[in-house]
Write a protein of this length. Structure first.
Length: 490
């Protein structure tokens, strides 16, 4: 197994012959759920964590399917030694009801007709998704979840779990989500659905034996993908760069890199998703509203779980104020809640990309995180015979401001900072020995992160070499990195 990875995995399915009554009153005669599970369920079945995926996600949250080079969609936080440590927790992720990756949905065979449901599939809600997931937990004989965690639409499911089944959840983590869909969010979803329905190949949802409505689905994905990115991230990623040309074409071919990127994302999506599923799932998102008689606080009166609500600074699809509204509602209902805002330029998708921050925030909430979990490994080091010029060049090459100095055995003997390099120029020092600090504060890999933060604050230092029991340098932790990992939590 690759270190930090759950290794090779496969998607499992379980079919329940008992019918499922939906919130609309419609009844599904049977239910199949596709899921993946990582780790080992402990003897008293108390270490289970349910991961809820977003609109375009599926049950493949971590590890690698045979032959694949790309891991599951949240592999950055699931696996041995990560925040969702599979040596400690039993992690379950299922494809949502209405999905197209193995769970009952519009692509499934309707037992009454022996043909795909298509638009005869009943309209579903987030609550229906959660009720289906509960069937899966009953299959594992899990009486209470250690935690339910989700981002975006997954966060809606996590919130709904706490409201529908307050006795079944100990901890809830809601990331970049909302307690109700806003008019703007509904508007974007309707435009995407219109794109699908406008494709002649959609054929009122009856396309499974003919051409797929790929043009409409691709356009829907392009629209959605814009909302997942921030303005700043698009400037950084694309700017006004041209695609495969040196000058404007003065026609309607693709001129800009951002155009090419969106077309690529749209086309790629059609190879893995079903257009009808997109209609059903976005409609479920639109219907999402946990308020009771106009009050969110009332929705949370019965919850018993401890909450972590996480927003993303640059997210304009689910902006921080929506997360803060959840926090306010939970607080007014006397619920134990923490709030963190991830500092990121990535926009809504940051919870899928910000590996360090997500591992820190989740690990801190679920258990005590150590320096080993967040340190920069293979940090560049110096030996005492290196010149000041060579030290400066090494800092530039690796874009660092701190270089631990080690002896021939790799043991820590001092540290040099960019400030020390500047001082050597001003005072015309020539030897590294003249500028390095020998009395060095350091951290151990097993040390809690909060302890290191306090030591750095107390001593007004901005970096700590991480050493093992032989005092050999195995990593580096900086105040800048810790500040970014911690975000703004309260």
């Amino acid at each position: 197994m690759i270190r930090g990875s759950v290794g090779t995995v496969k998607t499992e399915q379980v079919t329940f012959k008992e019918s499922l009554t939906l919130e609309s009153g419609e009844i599904l005669p049977e239910l199949t759920i596709a899921y993946e599970a990582y780790g080992t369920l402990d003897r008293d079945r108390s270490n289970a964590i349910l991961i809820c995926h977003a609109l375009s996600g599926d049950s493949h949250a971590a590890g690698y399917h045979a032959g694949d080079e790309k891991p599951g969609w949240w592999d950055i936080v699931i696996g041995p030694g990560k925040a969702l440590d599979t040596d400690q927790y039993f992690i379950i992720c299922s494809n949502v009801l209405g999905g197209c990756k193995g769970t009952t949905g519009p692509t499934s065979i309707n037992p009454k007709t022996n043909k795909p449901y298509g638009l005869s599939f009943p309209v579903i809600t987030i609550g229906d998704m959660v009720n289906a997931q509960r069937r899966l937990l009953e299959h594992f004989n899990i009486q209470r979840l250690f935690a339910v965690i989700g981002g975006s639409m997954g966060g809606m499911q996590a919130l709904t779990w706490s409201a529908l089944f307050p006795d079944l959840v100990s901890r809830v983590v809601v990331i970049a989500s909302t307690a109700y869909s806003t008019p703007q969010q509904i508007a974007f979803n309707e435009v995407a659905r219109s794109a699908i329905r406008s494709d002649p190949d959609w054929n009122h949802g009856n396309y499974y034996e003919n051409l797929q409505p790929n043009r409409g689905l691709s356009l829907a994905r392009m629209i959605a993908h814009i909302t997942y990115l921030s303005d700043e991230s698009m400037h950084q990623k694309f700017g006004r760069g041209l695609q495969g040309k040196d000058e404007l074409g003065y026609d309607f071919t693709t001129d800009f890199q951002v155009e090419s990127y969106l077309h690529y994302q749209g086309d790629k999506f059609t190879h893995r998703f079903d257009a009808n599923s997109y209609l059903y799932i976005t409609k479920a998102i639109d219907y999402h509203d946990l308020s009771v008689n106009g009050s969110l606080s009332e929705a949370f009166r019965s919850v018993k779980a401890k909450f972590l609500i996480v927003s993303i600074s640059s997210d304009w699809l689910y902006p921080p104020y929506l997360s803060q509204e959840i926090v306010t509602a939970l607080s007014s209902a006397n619920v134990d809640v923490e709030y963190c805002e991830i500092r990121s330029n990535f926009g809504h998708d940051a919870f899928l990309l910000e590996e360090g921050q997500m591992n820190y925030i989740l690990g801190r909430f679920l258990s005590s995180l150590t320096i080993a979990d967040v340190m920069k490994v293979q940090a560049p080091t110096l030996t005492g015979d290196v010149t000041i010029k060579e030290a400066a060049e090494l800092m530039i090459t690796h874009s660092v401001n701190h270089l631990p100095v080690i002896d021939s055995e790799g043991a820590l003997t001092g540290i040099v900072t960019s400030w020390d390099i500047s001082r050597s120029v001003a005072r015309e020092f020539t030897s590294l020995d003249e500028i390095m600090t020998r009395d060095v504060f350091f951290a151990s890999p097993e040390e809690p992160v909060d302890s290191a933060v306090k030591r750095m604050d107390l001593n007004h230092i901005s970096a700590l070499p991480v050493v093992d029991e032989k005092r050999q340098v195995i990593g580096l932790i900086t105040a800048e990195r810790l500040s970014r990992l911690i975000g703004r939590c309260r």
